[in-house]
Design a binder for this molecule. Structure first.
Ligand code: ZN
Length: 46
């Protein structure tokens, strides 16, 4: 196996129970990634 440059193909979006936006992506080789984005809808006010 040589150098393989993963190509992350967007596979879908979902929302976790914590309210985080989960982005799923995968490569043709079978590798997968998940990336969580925090959606702060209720930002603390001071
Ligand atoms: Zn790959």
């Amino acid at each position: 196996m040589g150098e393989h440059v993963h190509v992350r193909i967007g596979h879908g979006l979902s929302v976790s129970e914590n309210g985080e936006l989960i982005e799923s992506s995968r490569c043709r080789c079978g590798a997968t990634w998940t990336k969580a984005y925090r959606v702060d809808e209720d930002a603390p006010e001071e």
